[in-house]
Design a protein. Structure first.
Length: 121
């Protein structure tokens, strides 16, 4: 049972991030096709990067009791693509979430700098 801890945590984190995305319409609820393409292409890029690292002997899978032990390819555990999807999705949520926060701050600053506010100190 402990072999599913890491994968379970990744899936739970993906689920929680999806709820954040749905609540504030940041990524998939903003533009589903563009989001799917961005996450798919970036995940493929990182998997190619992993493959290059595995072939060159830089990357290897360490022994762990919290992973499933299932390998999709030599030195490529099942959890790796799930982690890469999580990483790419998290990046988009953070970028668009930060953009939203900065837009709201700018709107509030503009509202505070109205002409009526300037006349009354």
């Amino acid at each position: 049972m402990t072999g599913l801890i890491y994968l379970g945590c990744l899936l739970a984190s993906l689920g929680a991030m999806t709820l954040v995305d749905a609540r504030w319409r940041l990524v998939f609820w903003r533009s589903p096709w563009a989001s799917a393409i961005a996450i798919g292409v970036s995940t493929a890029f990182f998997l190619a990067w992993d493959a290059a690292g595995i072939v060159s002997g830089v990357f290897f899978r360490g022994a762990s009791t919290i992973t499933t032990g299932i390998q999709l390819a030599p030195e490529l555990p099942l959890e790796e693509p799930v982690f890469l999807v999580f990483l790419c999705y998290l990046t988009l949520v953070l970028v668009f979430g930060t953009e939203r926060v900065l837009e709201r701050r700018a709107e509030r600053a503009d509202a505070g700098a109205s002409p009526s506010a300037e006349r009354h100190p």
